[in-house]
Write a protein that binds this ligand. Sequence first.
Ligand SMILES: NC(=O)c1ccc[n+]([C@@H]2O[C@H](COP(=O)([O-])OP(=O)(O)OC[C@H]3O[C@@H](n4cnc5c(N)ncnc54)[C@H](OP(=O)(O)O)[C@@H]3O)[C@@H](O)[C@H]2O)c1
Length: 350
Amino acid sequence: MRTVRVAVVGVGNLGRRFLGLLGDKERLLASKYGLAIRVVGVADSGGTAIAASDKGFEVDRVVRLKEQGRSVAELPGGIEGGDAGSLVCDVALDVLCEATPVCFEQGAEPAVSILRAALMRGIHVVTPNKGPIVVAGIELAELARSHGAQLRFDGTVAGGLPALYVGMRDLRGAVVRRILAVPNLATGYILDLLAAGASWEEACRDANENGVLEGDGSWDLDGWDAAAKLVILARAVLGAGADVTLADVLRTGVRGIGAKQVRDAQVRGGVLRLLATAEEDDDPNRSWHLMVEPTVLKRGHPLAGLGRTEMGVVFETDIYGTITLKIDEPTPLPSAATMLRDILDIYESP
Ligand SMILES: NC(=O)c1ccc[n+]([C@@H]2O[C@H](COP(=O)([O-])OP(=O)(O)OC[C@H]3O[C@@H](n4cnc5c(N)ncnc54)[C@H](OP(=O)(O)O)[C@@H]3O)[C@@H](O)[C@H]2O)c1
């Protein structure tokens, strides 16, 4: 049995569910993968806690505490106001699991600094947070390579859909000519409610009440989330590398779309979704064409059948034809599960 010592930074929707999964799957992880994953450090916005031994925390206890809206600083070994970055320095770790908010306005901090510190110590990193991957993904990948660590971010694109694994690994030998994606759940949810007769305000309120949309929703509604996911896909699957940044995405969000527009799409036999497209550009001055815009997906389009809580990614390839992946994600569990998938992949790969 191999013990894997992990720290979890960010114990919200995803981090909390990930911890729950470690408890639920403990026996399977031992019997099928020979792994004992121990949570030896945790951090939230209130502070940090370090376990007394390599046995780690009782994960159910941490989950219960967070469900009560309390801070991990209340755990034994807790430090109120403790800095999450200190976990990387003060605890013997194998994997850092990072699930804090995106925080683009702050340059994706504190995530970038925490990931950098972990990778420089040879600690593997698993994160579903788009922020550090879009802002500093190229640098972080290089740090990982040079320090013998792995950087995994499967959960950054379309929730629990293994789009990055398929795109980066399973399309061996192929040239991916174009990526089409509906990677943002909130906009599909709202457009679907509009199609069902809700007003814009009603649809946004529903999305807010159901935790699909957060705050004023500008991150989702103005297309930033879809654009960030497209950048990650283009770099990882098309090989666009550092040539592609968020600023390169031609972006139109869904704000202000009316029920009439959505129903017109239905009358024309289609469905309106915020479509993200990435492909090599014909324009000799630009290498890549990246676009996010509301698009009528006509019947027959591989993503036309997406339901209210579904997301999808299409790879158009030279040798495997067109591959379509989709996921129904009514709760954040599949997104949280990507952190487990990433850890298992790290320990399964040679
Ligand atoms: N929710 C989804 O369905 C989903 C899907 C795919 C990817 N993601 C990505 O996953 C990440 C986490 O999402 P989420 O929905 O779990 O967010 P969330 O519910 O807001 O949780 C964020 C967690 O980070 C903690 N935190 C905030 N600032 C911190 C800091 N400076 N140091 C340490 N911890 C800090 C928060 O602490 P408190 O608990 O004290 O507030 C909370 O535990 C985001 O980057 C998101 O984009 C989310």
